[in-house]
Design a protein around this ligand. Structure first.
Ligand SMILES: NC(=O)N[C@@H](CC(=O)O)C(=O)O
Ligand SMILES: [Zn+2]
Ligand SMILES: [Zn+2]
Length: 377
């Protein structure tokens, strides 16, 4: 049922201070260390087959739980498929791992309200993901007409307190790729929450000032957003710096510096509406370094170091734990982790590549030196 990943381009329409006054922050001689509640990743692509086995230890070594994206090929559209996929993930984990995958369903034009009831009852499915058809990797089976085809299902989700996770971009080829998130907010999200105010919505991987303003304008606890390391650290120049940089290509695409700054301000403000979601999305090297390269950045091994860097640079390390470990479970109505993680301020070098029998995966900031090193305690 679960097959291997997509060939390149399928489903696409277009082919880095001050330390805050943190009580968790300790200084051991010249070395700084920060101890926080173990984080969760509220937006993760674990893939399947050999790729799943290869990459899942990276997430499991830092994160307690993860919301697992359903955009496999074929997509995870039913609770039954989510249960099978969850078993694959659990079997792929290192034997000493306590990592818990939280499954999602891929919304289609034909998803039924009964499937939502089943999903809720299963205790295995925690959210439903909306991919507008053609918006991103493996979105070809996504939704073509949300209001025309999915209202009964969305009403059932509101009834069942099942969050809708949104890839928030329109797919109209006439809309400039840099404007697709804003147009989605104006034409889909705003009308959606007006119509179904009880529906919990997570705007995934936000990239713009517009998304920040929209999320802040909504009722706290009803609309939230995940934020990736790349959208906090990079602007669109990173895609073209010194030549085309396929490993900095993801969707939604990186935006202007003013948008990056707005997102950094939002997450470091201490607002409960924003939480960690890496959107770590590995593609084998040849599918990235291609004439028609896949969208997706592999950041699982570096994500926590990068988030810490952003908060440190803003003098907001005291707000890091809420973003990484508190706001997410609180929004989902799940218990916070009781385990802790330590972030040591020691330099470490990101590998140039992770090599497996099927090929190489290039991580974000490959070959660079980072400052914060996480370890479970
Ligand atoms: N973010 C990406 O650029 N790619 C993701 C899909 C997604 O989250 O949109 C993937 O699955 O490769
Ligand atoms: Zn997406
Ligand atoms: Zn994603």
């Amino acid at each position: 049922m679960i097959k291997s990943l997509v060939p390149p381009c399928e489903g696409l329409t277009v082919p880095i201070a001050k330390i805050g006054g943190s009580k968790q922050l300790k200084s051991k001689g010249l070395r700084m260390e920060l101890t926080i509640t173990q984080p969760d990743d509220w937006h993760l692509h674990l893939r399947d087959g050999d790729l799943l086995k290869a990459i899942v230890p990276h997430s499991a070594s830092h994160f307690g739980r993860a919301i697992v994206m359903p955009n496999l090929k074929p997509p995870i559209t039913t609770t039954a498929a989510a249960v099978v996929y969850r078993d694959f993930i659990l079997k792929a984990l290192p034997s000493d791992s306590n990592f818990t995958p939280l499954m999602t369903l891929y919304l289609t034009d034909t998803t039924s309200p009964d499937e939502i009831k089943l999903a809720k009852r299963s205790g295995v499915v925690f959210a439903v993901k909306l991919y507008p058809a053609g918006a991103t990797t493996n979105s070809q089976d996504g939704v073509t007409d949300l209001f025309g085809k999915c209202l009964p299902v969305l009403e059932e989700m509101a009834e069942q307190n099942m969050p809708l996770l949104v890839h928030g971009e329109v797919t109209d080829p006439n809309v400039d790729i840099f404007d697709r998130e804003k147009v989605f907010i104006d034409t889909v999200l705003q009308p959606l929450i007006q119509r179904l105010p009880r529906l919990k919505v997570v705007m995934e991987h936000i990239t713009t000032m517009d998304a920040v303003k929209f999320v802040e304008s909504c009722k706290e606890g009803s609309v939230a957003a995940t934020v990736t390391p790349q959208h906090l650290l990079l602007n669109r120049n990173a895609i073209f710096q010194g030549g085309l940089q396929p490993h900095n290509y993801c969707l939604p695409v990186l935006k202007r510096e003013i948008h990056r700054q707005a997102i950094v301000s939002a997450v470091t403000s201490g607002s409960k509406r924003f939480f960690l979601g890496t959107d770590s999305a590995p593609h084998e090297k040849s599918k990235k370094e291609s004439a028609c390269g896949c969208a997706g950045i592999y950041n699982a091994p570096v994500a926590l170091s990068l988030y810490a860097k952003v908060f440190e640079e803003m003098g907001a390390l005291d707000k890091l734990e809420a973003f990484t470990s508190i706001n997410g479970p609180d929004f989902y109505g799940l218990p916070r982790n009781t385990s802790k993680i330590k972030l040591n301020k020691t330099s470490w070098k990101v590998p140039e590549a992770f090599s497996f029998s099927f090929g190489d995966i290039i991580p974000m900031f490959a070959g660079n030196t980072l400052e914060w090193q996480p370890s479970l305690i």
